[in-house]
Design a protein around this ligand. Structure first.
Ligand code: HEC
Ligand code: HEC
Ligand code: HEC
Ligand code: HEC
Ligand code: HEC
Ligand code: HEC
Ligand code: HEC
Length: 312
């Protein structure tokens, strides 16, 4: 029986390796990536009957490492894109091809229930982005379907989670080309907007944009309702207090709290008395304890001597 289980495990392992390795073994993907993962591409020009080399538009270059780490890495390119892309020059009308959105594939699918796609969609539709731009602002504006992989749920590093999440917002709010693609105008940089926040760099490393810019939704792992700027969090005490709102957002994940036991920044956070921004440094704690008990001992010795001297 044991032997059987072992065999079954081996087969399963093999299957999962086969599945993740399949990507690179698949000749169809190699064909697309031959052009779409390089700075330059070559093709045979039938009209001149010669090989030609050209520069690839940087926005059409796919990063193969990120692709491999993404949740959809098992897909063929043509699972999402028309099979007609296999010919080059690509047929002009392919530009008009409608692309599937997250909800087209994920809505109502039990196996993805824990992500609550429908609820995310509901929240997203209340956001400033959707209110201003409607269906032109798709989920894909933030989530690249090639690369996306949930971070808050899987990573144990707050700095990593924050960076991953903030990159999504900055990829547009700090990229005037992408920004004007949506809004048709340029905007001040994120740094200028947040001038009032001291130590901005440190803050942006330790808190996500969505901490200050979304309404926290208890049922969701990540709130998706980005509010207008008037409703953004500005009060320092929202975070810099024993009852920090971060406990309900960035640090709400149970798995994070469990990992926090090992005395990292989060460990200190789960301690009710810790206030963000007032670091507890172990060595200082020890020194202050030494000073405290030293003083007590000093007083005790002093008192004993006084009593002894008085008695004489
Ligand atoms: C010979 C090189 C080459 C190959 C192979 C190739 N492409 Fe392209 N692709 C390009 C170039 C160059 C562009 C830029 C637009 C153009 O020249 O048509 C492009 C554009 C695109 C676009 C963007 C269209 C738009 O304007 O929005 C998509 C999507 C795309 N390719 C998908 C694929 C897929 C999927 C495959 C594989 C089935 C593939 N390509 C294979 C060179 C290639
Ligand atoms: C899970 C679905 C999915 C798979 C798999 C996929 N794509 Fe895409 N791709 C999309 C979507 C959706 C867009 C449009 C993005 C948007 O509207 O912003 C897109 C856009 C593109 C573009 C235009 C540039 C861009 O990033 O917006 C290129 C080029 C492209 N894909 C190439 C590929 C290649 C090559 C592969 C295979 C390695 C591939 N795609 C696999 C969904 C997919
Ligand atoms: C063409 C259909 C399709 C589209 C479009 C699509 N997905 Fe997926 N997605 C899938 C399938 C199928 C899987 C399972 C892949 C696997 O197990 O290898 C998956 C896996 C995932 C997972 C991992 C689920 C898990 O726990 O294993 C996440 C998260 C995810 N997708 C998010 C998104 C987001 C966000 C979007 C939109 C930006 C999106 N997907 C668009 C079909 C799609
Ligand atoms: C304004 C940017 C933005 C838009 C638009 C957006 N998201 Fe997200 N989404 C995020 C950020 C930021 C995260 C957190 C990333 C992380 O840590 O995984 C996230 C996380 C997620 C997750 C993972 C949640 C979990 O439980 O782990 C899913 C699934 C998701 N988004 C789906 C969607 C869908 C579906 C849409 C469109 C209806 C959408 N998102 C639109 C920014 C956005
Ligand atoms: C694809 C581009 C894009 C992405 C990605 C994006 N935004 Fe936006 N955002 C915009 C545009 C365009 C506006 C509208 C600006 C305007 O009209 O004032 C906007 C508006 C806003 C506003 C409201 C400003 C106001 O005037 O009230 C906030 C807050 C905001 N975004 C935060 C975020 C956050 C947080 C993220 C990441 C989770 C994000 N955005 C991702 C393009 C983007
Ligand atoms: C500590 C809280 C906090 C964090 C973190 C934060 N913001 Fe803000 N943000 C605000 C406040 C408050 C305002 C309103 C400022 C004002 O009206 O002068 C604002 C304004 C904005 C605006 C509106 C600008 C305008 O005038 O049109 C955008 C866009 C924005 N933030 C994006 C971001 C992005 C992207 C990030 C992450 C890199 C981020 N914010 C991180 C608090 C924050
Ligand atoms: C969204 C939550 C949030 C808000 C709002 C916020 N902070 Fe912070 N702040 C943090 C976090 C998280 C850190 C970083 C690190 C730590 O100590 O764990 C930090 C760090 C700091 C530091 C550096 C402390 C040190 O030990 O180096 C200062 C100073 C600071 N914040 C001041 C402010 C002021 C002033 C405001 C209001 C204008 C403010 N913060 C608003 C979350 C926030």
């Amino acid at each position: 029986m044991k032997y059987f289980t072992f065999l079954l495990l081996l087969i399963l392992l093999n299957l999962s390796f086969g599945a993740s390795g399949q990507y690179y073994d698949d000749p169809k993907n190699h064909d697309c990536l031959k052009c779409h993962s390089q700075q330059t591409y070559s093709f045979h020009n039938d009209m001149l009957d010669s090989e030609q080399k050209r520069l690839m538009n940087p926005y059409l270059i796919i990063d193969t490492i990120q692709l491999r780490n993404g949740v959809h890495h098992n897909f063929d390119c043509t699972d999402c894109h028309s099979y007609d892309y296999t010919t080059y020059p690509h047929i002009a009308t392919l530009k008009l091809e409608p692309m599937a959105t997250c909800l087209d594939c994920h809505a109502g699918d039990e196996s993805f229930a824990k992500y609550e796609f429908e609820k995310i969609d509901e929240e997203f539709q209340k956001s400033v982005h959707y209110k201003d731009y409607g269906d032109n602002f798709t989920c894909a504006k933030c989530h690249n379907q090639h690369y996306y992989s949930p971070s808050a749920r899987n990573s144990s590093s707050v700095v990593e989670i924050v960076e991953y999440s903030n990159k999504m917002c900055l990829s547009c709010h700090n990229d005037m080309k992408k920004f004007s693609l949506v809004s048709g105008e340029a905007k001040p940089t994120v740094v200028t907007i947040h001038d009032w926040l001291p130590n901005q760099e440190l803050h942006f490393q330790h808190v996500r944009c969505i901490e200050c810019h979304t309404a926290v939704e208890d049922d969701l792992m990540v709130s998706h309702n980005v509010l207008s700027k008037e409703n953004a969090v500005r009060r320092c005490a929202e975070c810099h207090s024993a009852n920090s709102m971060l406990k309900a957002s960035l640090y709400k994940y149970q798995n994070l709290q469990e990992r926090a036991e090992d005395g990292t920044v989060l460990g200190m956070l789960s301690n009710e008395n810790y206030v963000i921004g007032s670091h507890q440094i172990p060595i200082l704690k020890i020194i202050s304890l030494i000073i405290f008990f030293g003083t007590l001992a000093g007083i005790a010795i002093h008192l004993t001597f006084r009593i002894i001297i008085k008695k004489k």
